[in-house]
Design a protein around this ligand. Structure first.
Ligand code: ZN
Length: 152
């Protein structure tokens, strides 16, 4: 692997992003979803479609489809991997912590463990890229509020 002037973290984060972009997890659509949501980022041209299935207070399964830049697609893939099978309160907590890291500029040590999602922390310097990274998360919130509004 070529040595660059980038830090070890930058290098590692880039590897994680590219891996999710090239080999997306949970890609596709669910049969009989509880809710679906569409996200569109006109600044970059990113499109994402989420399908969610909720059951017994858990986000039982999630899938995403769409097209866009590596940041938006990697974010969707990492998000799906982190949230699938989790209790809904943990999913909401994760959304809040991810937003704190990317949008509110909190230090990673303040927001707690985010797993692979920490690889996206590098984009917060670039406002346009933050919109790319947040796109699937905004769609997730919309889908959850639809689903929970119907009594889960
Ligand atoms: Zn984008």
């Amino acid at each position: 692997m070529a040595q660059t002037s980038a830090t070890v973290d930058d290098e590692l984060y880039r590897e994680i992003l590219l891996d999710h972009y090239r080999h997306p997890r949970h890609r596709g659509t669910l049969e009989a979803p509880t809710a679906t949501a569409h996200g569109h980022n006109p600044l970059c041209g990113d499109e994402v479609d989420l399908s969610l299935r909720l059951h017994g207070g858990e986000l039982e399964q999630v899938a995403f489809d769409g097209q866009g830049c590596s940041i938006s697609m990697a974010s969707a893939s990492m998000m799906a991997e982190e949230i699938a099978g989790r209790p809904l309160d943990e999913v909401h907590d994760l959304i809040a912590r991810f937003r704190a890291l990317l949008v509110e500029g909190k230090d990673p040590s303040e927001v707690g463990d985010l797993g692979d999602l920490e690889a996206l922390s590098g984009v917060r310097k670039y406002l346009a890229r933050v919109k790319c990274a947040m796109l699937p998360w905004v769609a997730l919130e919309e889908g959850l509020s639809q689903a929970e509004g119907h009594g889960g």
